[in-house]
Design a protein around this ligand. Structure first.
Ligand SMILES: Nc1ncnc2c1ncn2[C@@H]1O[C@H](COP(=O)(O)OP(=O)(O)OP(=O)(O)O)[C@@H](O)[C@H]1O
Ligand SMILES: Nc1ncnc2c1ncn2[C@@H]1O[C@H](COP(=O)(O)OP(=O)(O)OP(=O)(O)O)[C@@H](O)[C@H]1O
Lengths: 217, 217
């Protein structure tokens, strides 16, 4: 069991804190707002109402021995950077801070944040891609040229077996798995026939994946 | 080339809008704040300053023929839901709205949003998982039991060939690809030796992936 502290229990901070707690770890939540504290009091191990820019208050929490401290303050850049700086000075092993802009992120890195995250920016990029390729449900970018994608099957792909489709020879695409309803087949064979609504998990070059996307009509 | 409109150019909305624009599509940005409009004027196809809850103003933008309209307003739930409702009434084909809480999301679904996204919540969950499994860089959940993960190699894995490691027979884990520096090898063979800092992309049950995580010390 690990120990985490989350400073700033807004939408993002609360999500990090409740997820860690739900997975069985100890989580201390800190926020200056009474309302946010009340909202989280039954969902975290401990909660404390405090202005985390107050050094005495921060020191009194004994955060030094925690596995990681997350600073999830977006609008008050001064508070976010001041708190991050004090935490590193106090010897906290890992400080993860959320940034609201590239500039904010650069400052956080310079003053010693171990990791900087950009939740809104990253999800914005992901939504934009999913609007352009609505059938791509999820993806891992292996490098600039290769990806693994989860793709809903339709059009020309439906009703054919993997052997007939011959995606490896035609496009250089490897079918890793496919899902039908709740069941996943992690070693698909040539005789498996693709049906409408199946989800294919494929590995290939981004060009080949683009061609596969167009195949489906 | 597609046409999108983004209402609310905060951190998330601006990220969606600039990503779509950067990929060569037309993007109309709308915000009631002069400062946000000024910040975006050179980065989007068009920008308009308007209070989107004003029905006449919204109708005058001719959004009906856009491929999708994104409503990215988080703090003013009433504005977000009112705007979403008006857009569907006007016949906009696809309305994607951001929600700040489960309750907000339920209301948006009920009034006809085609898709509801929870950027802060989802990124909070992802950060929590990455704090608990720091070597897992990215993952696709295939179903509750199987995943594809990108994992940094270390410990017992280093210095051995894939044949020696024999991960398929020992753990039922399929090594799909591995990355060393910038280069990705999408068809790894038995003779490939794992080095410190390599990233393995593997497919297996979540239990087996957990055992592999522990192997590395
Ligand atoms: N100095 C501080 N000490 C403690 N808590 C603080 C401090 N400053 C801000 N907070 C709290 O941090 C939380 C998040 O802050 P803020 O609203 O700036 O971020 P945000 O990026 O909009 O959050 P999110 O997008 O996660 O909802 C709020 O609940 C706020 O009360
Ligand atoms: N009625 C409205 N019409 C047009 N724009 C609006 C309206 N209400 C809010 N906005 C704009 O929407 C943007 C985002 O709003 P808000 O701050 O509520 O969301 P947020 O969830 O904190 O944003 P983010 O996390 O993306 O920064 C702001 O730039 C704001 O000016």
């Amino acid at each position: 069991m690990k120990q985490f502290a989350v400073i700033g229990l807004g939408r993002f901070g609360a999500s990090v804190a409740t997820t860690l707690c739900g997975l069985g770890h100890q989580v201390l939540g800190i926020d200056e707002s009474e309302a946010r504290i009340q909202a989280m009091v039954d969902r975290l191990t401990h909660v404390v109402q405090a202005d985390a820019t107050d050094e005495d208050a921060l020191r009194s929490l004994g955060l030094r021995n925690f596995d990681a401290v997350i600073v999830a303050i977006g609008h008050d850049l001064e508070a976010s950077t001041l708190i991050t700086l004090m935490l590193k000075d106090m010897g906290v092993r890992e400080v993860v801070a959320k940034a609201s802009s590239d500039l904010h992120g650069k400052v956080l890195e310079k003053i010693g944040a171990d990791r900087v995250v950009y939740p809104e920016r990253d999800m914005g990029v992901k939504l934009a891609h999913s609007l352009l390729s609505p059938r791509i449900l999820d993806y891992i970018e292996l490098d600039p040229n290769y990806s693994i994608v989860e793709m809903a099957a339709s059009g020309e792909l439906v009703g054919k077996s993997l052997r007939e489709l011959n995606l490896r020879a035609r496009l250089g695409i490897n079918v890793l798995a496919f899902r039908r309803g709740e069941a996943v087949n992690v070693s698909p064979g040539g005789d498996d026939v693709v049906q409408e609504g199946d989800v294919l998990v494929v590995l290939g070059s981004n060009d080949a994946i683009g061609r596969l996307e167009r195949l489906r009509g």
